[in-house]
Write a protein that binds this ligand. Structure first.
Ligand SMILES: NC(=O)c1ccc[n+]([C@@H]2O[C@H](COP(=O)([O-])OP(=O)(O)OC[C@H]3O[C@@H](n4cnc5c(N)ncnc54)[C@H](O)[C@@H]3O)[C@@H](O)[C@H]2O)c1
Ligand SMILES: O=C(O)C(=O)C[C@]1(C(=O)O)C=C[C@@H](O)C=C1
Length: 306
């Protein structure tokens, strides 16, 4: 038996529309209701036929749903929570896909009516694209989905949400929200901050023209520009929401960068070689674990629009 039969998705951008497509593909008997604050997105979702119903607002979308998933930028979570609270069905599971967990859990927990189960989730899968046209059904295949159940979470509700994500092809891991935020600050948030920063530096340089930057962008810088093309609203909210963990990791990163700067200045070949060899070993470990974009095709069966 399916864990959920009536699912509501709030926010139909890259992740919400990928979820809708994945549900359509893997759980075709689920009745899917979706909504988005942007009327143009709602209209596009209708054109793409991504759901059974497209509601005009979040409160209407959640009526009768046994699973509600928030797929909006982190800064919109509290407002959506306030909008839907009174219309949630008793026993419903409320979850999300947000990239940071602790602050969001705090924002939503107090708004949930008794009997509703709040279980935050984060599928660690995405691209630099946004909007309903950017989604694809296999986005979550073979990717981690981290659940961060608050203390005292009902084990049956947790098992149902685990089953849901597993059926969409994800590998589910349970983690404490604060630990999630620290881990993702290293593996996702800091890399995005560095990409935004390095692309900004290159475009502001005196003595090197923008056309030279574009013309001579080979592998390294080009990869950074992909990441730096990510949605500004989403990433603004990630850094404002996961502020403490990002600042902690940024401090460590700055110290390590200074050590490399010193090694270059003093011609310390051994330090440079040692650091670079250690980094190469980490890349090898990621590939050996089967989590590399090139080796597992980023978890996609169907090539996404690039
Ligand atoms: N993009 C990624 O790679 C990625 C990966 C994993 C998780 N996430 C998380 O998923 C969430 C959505 O990101 P995305 O990439 O799909 O963004 P997106 O910009 O593609 O889509 C967000 C959608 O939410 C809608 N929206 C905004 N405020 C709303 C509100 N109050 N009510 C209803 N709809 C509203 C927007 O109109 C938009 O269509 C974010 O919380 C993000 O942290 C993103
Ligand atoms: O591959 C990308 O473009 C992504 O940015 C995906 C990515 C990541 O950093 O790995 C981005 C944010 C998420 O919360 C999860 C996944």
């Amino acid at each position: 038996m399916l864990a959920f039969s009536r699912v509501a998705i709030i926010g139909m951008g890259l992740i919400g529309s990928s979820l809708a497509r994945a549900i359509r593909a893997q759980l075709p008997t689920v009745r899917l209701t979706v909504t988005d604050a942007d009327p143009a997105v709602r209209s596009r979702v209708l054109d793409l036929d991504l759901a059974d119903d497209v509601a005009d607002n979040a409160a209407t979308a959640v009526i009768d749903a046994d699973l509600v998933i928030l797929a909006v930028p982190l800064g919109a979570f509290a407002a959506v929570g306030v909008t839907i609270a009174a219309d949630l069905a008793p026993g419903a599971v409320v979850s999300d896909v947000g990239s940071a967990k602790a602050a969001v859990t705090e924002a939503l927990a107090s708004l949930m009516p008794p009997g509703v189960h709040l279980i935050p989730a984060h599928p660690v899968a995405g691209t630099e694209k946004s909007g309903p046209d950017a989604g694809f059904a296999s986005l979550f295949h073979n990717r981690w989905c981290i659940l961060t159940p608050p203390e005292g979470t009902d084990p049956t509700a947790l098992a149902r949400l685990t089953d849901f994500w597993t059926r969409l092809g994800a590998r589910v891991e349970i983690m404490d929200a604060k630990h999630h935020d620290l881990v993702l600050a290293v593996t996702s948030h800091l890399p995005h901050l560095i990409a935004y920063s390095i692309v900004g530096t290159a475009s502001d340089l005196e003595g090197v023209t923008q056309s030279e930057v574009i013309k001579y962008s080979a592998g390294g810088f080009r990869d950074f520009t992909r990441i730096a093309a990510s949605d500004p609203t989403m990433w603004r909210d990630v850094f404002l929401t996961n502020k403490d963990a990002v600042l902690e990791i940024l401090q460590r990163f700055t110290e390590d960068l200074t050590a490399l700067q010193r090694a270059i200045r003093w011609g310390d070949a051994d330090t440079l070689h040692h650091r670079f060899a250690a980094s190469r070993a980490i890349r090898k470990a990621i590939i050996d674990a089967g989590q590399d974009a090139d080796t597992v095709n980023f978890g996609r069966d169907i090539a996404p629009p690039r």
